[in-house]
Ligand binder design. Structure first.
Ligand SMILES: C[S@@+](CC[C@H](N)C(=O)[O-])C[C@H]1O[C@@H](n2cnc3c(N)ncnc32)[C@H](O)[C@@H]1O
Length: 376
């Protein structure tokens, strides 16, 4: 969407009246009381609108995307196999959710004795339309199950920028869903909104694109690597003991020039050793707790050195696997692209994800080396 005149900070850029929203109220008028959540029913409704050539929403429906081939959930195996492990897991959960929503929606149609049924392909398309384009109504509605979301014509043609600043929500006074920009625009510039503080993996999973330049929210998850390091370095008993102390797995991540506190905490715990009595070990665990509570920064210089060496080795593994994945992706040929109907952008996006992953790991290695040089 483009500015047709200069836009000042604070100006409303879109205002969609309630009657142009496909929201819980619209659906209740059509379907009455129903057991579906908003995403399930909106997708079903969009399927019916798409089928009806004379429907009032036709001009809008005709502008919806024809395919979602840049979204990982639609990637053929030859490409999906090369997604980062954390994204692979999330995409498989998204696929399961889509399938179970389709089953629930089909059951609902049967229960209503509606003659129409929808195919999985139709439902998948509509479900992804909702996923990539819905808005979150700011007003609470207890009857809207699974989040009060809606489809809003016009404003769903606004693209995302992580630097765009906006305020949005349903204005009860004007009965319109409004978006106000805090960022100014010059006539002729593209206007953006902000879909949220997402890293490129999340943007790719939910919307099927990535930010090509700097995305400050990018990070590399080391969840799986850290957890397996406990098993590699400890006996089964101490590995279980230390994992139990951490209580919850996950959120072990690195960003450009930033190591997450949870990652440091996990590695500091793993780096505790050398205690030759139970009492000495308990003392170390107490010191570790002090670092969690912020009472002390580190357990000891020695512990910190071991943390950095372990992290460096994890980063080197990430660099290695990124290079391997990039090599495998470079082997996907033009013939494969045609044979498996791979969208060109999809391949570009996955390659970029690995380049970014590698860059974050390389920068972290450099930071670690500098820190190691400062430890005596
Ligand atoms: C709410 S729609 C925005 C309008 C969309 N471009 C259209 O023409 O229908 C969200 C979709 O737009 C695309 N999109 C949004 N922001 C983008 C960006 N910064 N770069 C590339 N594609 C973007 C993605 O395909 C995303 O799934």
């Amino acid at each position: 969407m483009m500015a047709t005149a200069d836009i000042e900070p604070g100006e409303i850029i879109v205002s969609v009246p309630k009657k142009f929203l496909i929201c819980n109220e619209t659906l209740q008028k059509t379907y009455g009381q129903h057991p579906l959540n908003m995403h399930q029913l909106l997708a079903l409704h969009i399927c019916f609108l798409k089928r009806d050539p004379s429907c009032w929403w036709r001009p809008y429906i005709d502008l919806l995307p024809s395919h979602f081939n840049t979204m990982p959930v639609k990637y053929p195996k030859i490409l999906a196999d090369h997604l980062p492990a954390s994204l692979k897991d999330e995409v498989s959960q998204q696929m399961k959710k889509l399938e179970s929503d389709y089953t629930t929606a089909s059951r609902f149609l049967k229960s209503r004795n509606m003659n129409e049924s929808v195919t999985y392909e139709e439902y998948e398309w509509a479900w992804l339309c909702v996923n990539t384009r819905c808005i979150h109504m700011s007003t609470m509605d207890a009857t809207a199950k699974g989040g009060n979301i809606a489809m809003a014509i016009l404003l769903d043609f606004l693209n995302h920028s992580s630097t765009a600043k906006i305020e949005s929500g349903f204005n009860v006074r004007t009965q319109c869903f409004e978006i106000r920009t805090i960022t100014p625009y010059k006539k002729g510039e593209q206007i953006f909104i902000n879909y949220g503080p997402h890293d490129n993996l999340a943007i790719l999973r939910e919307y099927g694109f990535i930010i090509p330049d700097q995305n400050d929210f990018n990070f590399v998850s080391l969840d799986k690597e850290v957890w397996s390091l406990f098993d590699e370095m400890e006996t089964t008993r101490t590995s279980q003991l230390k994992k139990a102390i951490l209580e919850k797995e996950g959120d072990y991540s690195i960003k450009k020039h930033e190591i997450s506190f949870r990652l440091l905490s996990a590695l500091r715990l793993l780096a505790i050793d050398g205690a030759n009595s139970r009492a000495a070990l308990d003392q170390r665990y107490l010191e570790w707790q002090d670092t969690i509570l912020g009472e002390t920064d580190i357990i000891s210089q020695n512990n910190e050195r071991r943390v950095l060496i372990m992290l460096k080795s994890l980063c080197e593994r990430v660099i290695q696997s990124s290079s391997e994945e990039k090599l495998e992706l470079s082997k996907i040929t033009e013939e494969d692209i045609i044979k498996y109907d791979i969208h060109n952008y999809a391949l570009t996006f996955v390659k970029q994800i690995w380049r970014e992953t590698e860059e974050i790991a390389r920068l972290t290695v450099l930071d670690i080396e500098e820190k190691l040089g400062q430890i005596f």
